[in-house]
Design a protein around this ligand. Sequence first.
Ligand code: PLP
Length: 402
Amino acid sequence: MMQIDEARALDRDDPFADTARLFDLPQGVIYLDGNSLGPPPRPALDALARAAQMEWGHDLIASWNTADWMGLPLRTGARIARLIGVDAASVIAGDSVSVNLFKLAAGLVMGGAKGVAVERGDFPTDGYVMEGLARLSGTPFALIEPGTGVAGLPDHVDVLVRSAVHYKTAAKVDIAAEEREAARLGKTIIWDLSHGAGLVDLKLERDGAKYAVGCGYKYLNGGPGAPAFIYCHRDVVEHFAQPLSGWMGHASPFSFKDGYAPAKGVTRFGAGTPAILSMSTLHGALAVFDGVDMAGVEAKARALGDTFLAAIEPLGLACVSPPSAQRAGHVSLVHEHGYAIVQALIAQGVIGDFREPDIMRFGFAPLYLTHEAVFEAGTRLVDIVRSSAYRDARFAKRNAVT
Ligand SMILES: Cc1ncc(COP(=O)(O)O)c(C=O)c1O
């Protein structure tokens, strides 16, 4: 069985000791929920303060030009682009994953694609938005079996929305293999990178992916409700018509012309005025990734997950996450009292989360976590389960957000 000394030894040559100093987590907290809401890196808070006080407070409306607020969605997109392995000009930040999925899928349907699908059990918003698009456009909607990917699409469905990393299990999809299969079958995939961006060493362009969306508030640490992003490959973007054709995606928003003409490149995915304070925060947050090797980030996430699993091994809990070679950033364990156990852990400063019906999720963001802390979190989980401390009535009360 693993001992704390082994965890400490793993920390001795941690390549991310410097990035940990950029995060100011509360004393005594072991934060294992960066897969749901990343904590604030200092450069994010600095950028937020600058944008609020100087740019907005002092320079007022001039900041659209002087602080290049107009260019912020693309500048933020360029920082994300490196993390997902695509051309810097092919990503734009803005809106939410749900809205961005609609823009991409509806654009494909408007361009002649027939039918949209998601895998059963994938993140619900992806399916809900596709259902809405199907109702609006009359295109078919299909829920296909989990894990079948494009091969599971019925003949009359061309577009699959698929998470690159599953939100419950953290299972990673082989994007290159899926794209090869999609090319063979004449299907199109829109990747949801919400649980991959900022954690997995994604190489979307190399792997043949043309369309993707992702979250700004998980591993990218952009803050609650941070803008999401859209990636659209340069080979297809100039012919891509997106349906939320607002003025911020217009070729010349300040000429106030009647009639829509799309901007060049991914700027056309703009719709309304960007949320500048949130976007500035996200842009600042992304600075922590400067010079960071994403292969190293992914490897450390898996190693942290293994340390946690080793620490809790005596409990013999079922784990719905795959072994580390196919796993991304979190580990999901099954327990019928999972909700209460997570609450009991939170009371001790170990923050994870719970997903219905019985899944306890623990995320291992490599930029600020140590093996020692993760081992300690695992030890506390063992204590709570063994001592039945979670049976205390205060841990049964359900909050709106789990
Ligand atoms: C895979 C996945 N997609 C989408 C979302 C939600 O996206 P948004 O709230 O930005 O629409 C989440 C949130 O947890 C997620 O895990």
